[in-house]
Write a protein that binds this ligand. Structure first.
Ligand code: FES
Ligand code: FES
Length: 164
């Protein structure tokens, strides 16, 4: 076991972790933050998305020991217009994917505000517009088995307007 420190949703923690343990398992099983969900445990569904040092990451593919000294924010610690936007647009059904969608959206909007292009950005030298195609591409790592995408997209559009 290796001792690490991290700040989880602003609170400092010191925890001894197995060097093979993922951030997802340490968050859920040792730090009792069950907002990041284990969907596939293979980096395919996005349900485990958290913000690590302000950037969205898949916590099931992140070794906890690599997070020593880092700030980690889960959906339980997010304060952002995207949450109200999800409520306003009824952008969830069972809610299992929602914590990952929320964290991913916060990271995505920050990436967009920083001018990062995506795979579908027509001109990577120009400032991109946050079209539905851009939203879908930038959120494509977050799957929703309920198929709530029709309401997630307008929720993200609302959040983008309020955050910008
Ligand atoms: S649980 Fe991490 S991507 Fe599915
Ligand atoms: S709301 Fe059920 S998986 Fe997305």
């Amino acid at each position: 076991m290796t001792p690490i420190t991290l700040r989880l949703n602003g609170q400092p923690h010191r925890v001894a972790v197995d060097t093979r343990a993922t951030l997802l398992d340490v968050l859920r099983e040792q730090l009792a933050d069950t907002s990041p969900k284990k969907g596939c445990d293979h980096g395919q569904c996005g349900a485990c998305t958290v913000l690590l040092r302000g950037r969205r990451v898949l916590s099931c593919l992140t070794l906890a020991v690599s997070c020593d000294g880092a700030d980690v924010t889960t959906a339980a610690g997010v304060t952002h217009p995207v949450q109200q936007a999800f409520v306003d647009h009824d952008a969830l059904q069972c809610g299992y994917c929602t914590p990952g969608q929320i964290c991913s959206a916060v990271g995505m909007l920050d990436e967009f505000a920083s001018g990062w292009p995506s795979h579908v950005t027509p001109d990577v030298a120009a400032t991109p517009d946050l079209t539905d195609e851009e939203l879908a591409e930038r959120m494509s790592g977050n799957l929703c088995r309920c198929g709530a995408y029709a309401n997630i997209v307008p929720a993200l559009r609302q959040a983008a307007g309020e955050a910008g």
